[in-house]
Design a protein around this ligand. Sequence first.
Ligand code: AMP
Ligand code: MG
Length: 419
Amino acid sequence: MATILNDCFAEHHKLLPAEEALARLRAGVSPVVGCEEVSLANAKGRILAQNLVSPNNVPPFNNAAVDGYAFNSQDLSANIETTLAISAYIAAGGETPAPLQSGSAARIFTGAPLPAGADTVIMQEDVTADEQSVSIPQHTKTGINWRPAGEDMSTGETVLLAGHRLRPQDIGCAAAMGYAKLSVFKRLKVAVFSSGNEIYEPGQTPPEGGIFDVNRYMLMTQVRQTGAEVSDLGILPDTLDATVAALDLAAKNHDLILSSGGVSTGDKDHIAHAINQLGQINFWRLAIKPGRPLAFGHIANTALIGFPGNPVATGVCFMRFGFPLLCALSGQIWPEPIKLTLPAAFSLSKKPGRTEWLRANLQVDTNGRSQVDKHPRQGSGILTSLVGADGLIELCESSTRIEIGDAVSFLPFSQFNVA
Ligand code: AMP
Ligand code: MG
């Protein structure tokens, strides 16, 4: 039987603060995946491996922002309507027009190149005109209704940085600069398994004492949401030999291994021992709730997180520790959590010395101000608290008491792709 309190675990007796654990994760992480080229159509959610520098101005030329008439404001008479002859007809998609003849106007359409010599476009709705001439009212505002070349992006400007996860608007931006293909990081390969003799596959009929596997399905989905490739490695029995064999094999062809359960100090908890046997543990026991046992280590170059077995702990610990690690291993810039400061709609006493995450909901009070309330059921076995919440409240180690109206940190689920 394994004894957990041997020398190699001595430094893990003390509970590590969450911030220290996050700092360690962050300090040790760098992209572990190579690069590949993808077309714009396949780039959503991928992580840029190159800086995107604009090879040209966007827009590439001065152009009309409305359908109307281009003219030079110097040609307007003061305090009286001015009628100008129409000397050109400029539609979008045409070649660079000739410079505007002095004292005349050009009929022009949205997106068409502005002729040299024009400094204003007036909307067609604001004039009286026929095919030969246009009358421009007095007090017309000058210099307006056209877009200068490069007003959005200028030649040589770095618009998107390597490490950025591509959203639809970023892909649009790459298209505006003329990129057809982008260099992105290859997808991270992540192995996921559960552990426990009581854990059974949904769809089976578990025997007495058996429960369905929640964590593997939740984790695999959380991982896929980041764009990584998932290998489903099933459910491990509670034996050290099977655990060592499974981790050893998974480490050979994955960048990251995620497991849940079996990570505590009980006789049936083998994850920490197995990591220690095959590689190194960096940290193992944290001053957090839900959680506490959460093992992070390496087997050769493969990182590994052993999440606690309780589903809420697995879900929350994935968000706070697994998600940023996975992003950074995938080539993304380490995502610092978005924490909104909001008044609490509840009061609560808390043990000092550990960081706690409550499942929570955004609310609007009777005066229309945003506030945040904790979900009424906070047990780490209450999976429905994750289902019924729209974010986490993070209570720092030192806090002992929250009163109604106190400012608390709220972390929306949307940032972890689990909204
Ligand atoms: P453990 O850390 O292995 O002692 O597990 C803690 C609690 O989480 C136990 O009640 C387990 O039955 C439960 N648990 C562990 N793994 C899973 C899982 N994959 N799905 C649902 N519950 C689990
Ligand atoms: Mg177990």
